[in-house]
Design a binder for this molecule. Structure first.
Ligand code: 5AD
Ligand code: SF4
Length: 509
């Protein structure tokens, strides 16, 4: 951590909560709003690696007799941050609970990627007001990406004064201090660093389940796509050292985990910030594939940084799965340019071609935004035609949502919401059609399934995922949970496969 980042947290007393103007004096030390100009000035020199996290003796036992509850919104990165915070809570003596009813501390780990994600959090904060009134000793905290936005902090100060703590994505390791201050002062504790954090290696973690695990390989994003808030909320790209990642994956393999997902906002930029060596995602994957763990995935890719060496390594197969999530966002080169994606349709299609040549069975999935400011019908049709051409296995599709502080939010937009909704519907119909067609091809075939547990809808049925991430439901003894089994597909639905377990198989897809 840099000295200028080692800032004390600020307490805001109720009498201070008057107007937005008044808050600025608090933000000067702990908080700066997202600014494109400042964020783009970020340098590479400041990141420091730490291995010295420890719970201060004075905080030990803070959680004795107390329970914590964390509700997580958004992406896998947030899910994994929750695992770290849970680890810190347990080290402090707290117990975990899965309901707000008996929790002594409630944290909302928030997502800022689209407006509806934020609305859900504000809705939940509204619900929690009654609980806080009944139990004034309850601590309520807001953390995650929304806490990194000035407008959100202002809104909480104005409308949700029952919140006790707000802390940002770079402040997770400060949780013991933040909790302690919240207990002592009963005033709102705000600790949000707009400067990105360093890399802290030895934070405790409590993983959700013992079959699949997430491993961060890098933090932050320097891509600055014009619609996206992530480079502001998650800070600049910082890669973990390969030896630390490899050690963590080895450790998980030894503990019996079957599937590891390597995480980052833009994993293809892995290693670009190393000054002492040339080492990228391809190099890392080439080492990790030698570790005895059944499946290795990574997410999320950026097409611009996806290099030939990575393709070459992925083509070696083994535990490197043949499923690649490759967000395209739009099929129109003109729109991609305004989005600042730094590739065009042709370049994306070239990459797809290269991947399919090297890994003929590869399954591709994607993210798409419709209704970007001023998107024309023709440009939208280019997205539809690209989707057909690539034949993605599935896609996450979104209507563009303006995010305050990003360049796109300042663009005039002539596309009415009904048109955006109509485009989303048409795209989703295509996504469903192709997904159903692709799944149909599985009927009669045998797939390898990593069994995760009972199906959410039917406890008599087990559920798990194939290497290509298809959800499979089948009947079998619960003793196979956590194992890799072979399942013959009997019926394909739009999104899932139904089948029966088989002992041996000639061909496994
Ligand atoms: N509006 C809509 N979708 C967005 N995404 C990111 N920012 C926005 C936004 N402002 C989508 C992108 C990204 C995915 C995680 O969320 O498709 O890949
Ligand atoms: Fe956002 Fe991904 Fe673009 Fe980074 S690469 S700015 S996380 S959409």
């Amino acid at each position: 951590m840099n000295e200028n980042q080692r800032l004390e947290s600020t307490q805001v007393t109720p009498s201070d909560k008057k107007s937005e103007k008044d808050y600025s004096k608090y933000f000067q030390t702990v908080y700066m709003p997202p600014s494109l100009k400042d964020a783009k000035k970020r340098g590479k020199e400041d990141v420091k690696y730490h291995n010295d996290f420890k719970i201060d003796e004075k905080f030990r036992g803070m959680g004795d007799g107390r329970k914590f509850y964390i509700r997580t919104y958004g992406c896998q990165m947030n899910e994994h941050d929750t695992e770290v915070m849970a680890g810190i809570f347990l080290s402090l003596g707290y117990e975990i609970t899965d309901t707000v009813d008996d929790a002594h501390v409630i944290l909302l780990n928030t997502c800022a990627i689209r407006e509806n994600a934020e609305n859900k959090v504000f809705g939940e904060l509204g619900h929690l007001k009654a609980l806080k009134r009944e139990r004034p000793d309850l601590l309520i905290g807001v953390c995650g990406c929304m806490s990194q936005e000035e407008s959100v902090v202002n809104k909480i100060l104005q409308k949700h004064q029952h919140v006790d703590m707000i802390f940002g994505t770079h402040n997770i390791h400060r949780l013991p201090h933040i909790l302690s201050e919240a207990y002592l002062s009963k005033e709102m504790v705000i600790e949000v660093w707009s400067k990105e954090g360093d890399v802290i290696e030895n934070l405790p973690k409590v993983r959700k389940g013992n079959i699949k695990a997430w491993v961060n390989i890098m933090y932050g994003c320097d891509k600055f796509c014009t619609y996206c808030i992530v480079p502001y909320t998650r800070g600049k790209e910082r890669s973990r050292r390969p030896e630390d990642i490899i050690q963590e994956v080895r450790h998980l393999a030894a503990q019996g985990y079957k599937e590891i997902t390597l995480l980052g906002q833009n994993v293809n930029a892995y290693g670009k910030d190393f000054e002492d060596m040339k080492y990228g995602l391809g190099d890392l994957m080439d080492e990790i594939r030698k570790i005895d763990v059944a499946r290795i995935r990574f997410t999320t890719s950026h097409p611009r940084d996806f290099d030939d060496y990575l393709i070459e390594v992925l083509a070696k197969g083994g535990n490197l799965v043949d499923h690649i999530h490759l967000p395209v966002q739009s099929g129109s080169s003109e729109v991609l340019k305004i989005m600042a994606r730094k590739y065009d349709r042709e370049r994306y299609m070239d990459l797809v071609r290269k991947i399919k040549e090297a890994i003929p069975n590869a399954s591709l999935t994607t993210d798409i935004i419709v209704g970007f400011p001023n998107e024309t019908e023709e440009q939208f049709e280019e997205t539809m035609s690209l989707y057909r051409e690539v034949e993605f296995d599935s896609a996450y599709t979104f209507i563009y949502s303006p995010r305050e502080g990003t360049p796109a939010a300042k663009m005039q937009d002539n596309v009415p919401m009904e048109v955006k909704k109509d485009r989303l519907q048409r795209l989703n119909a295509l996504v469903n059609e192709i997904s159903a067609k692709k799944l149909k091809e599985y009927e009669g075939k045998v797939v390898e399934v990593l069994v995760e547990g009972e199906s959410k809808n039917n406890p008599d049925v087990l559920a798990g995922y194939t290497r290509k991430n298809k959800l499979v439901n089948f009947k079998a003894s619960k003793s196979v949970i956590g194992q890799l089994v072979k399942v013959k597909v009997l019926e394909a639905k739009t999104w899932t496969l139904n089948g029966e377990m088989v002992e041996e198989a000639a061909e496994v897809r």
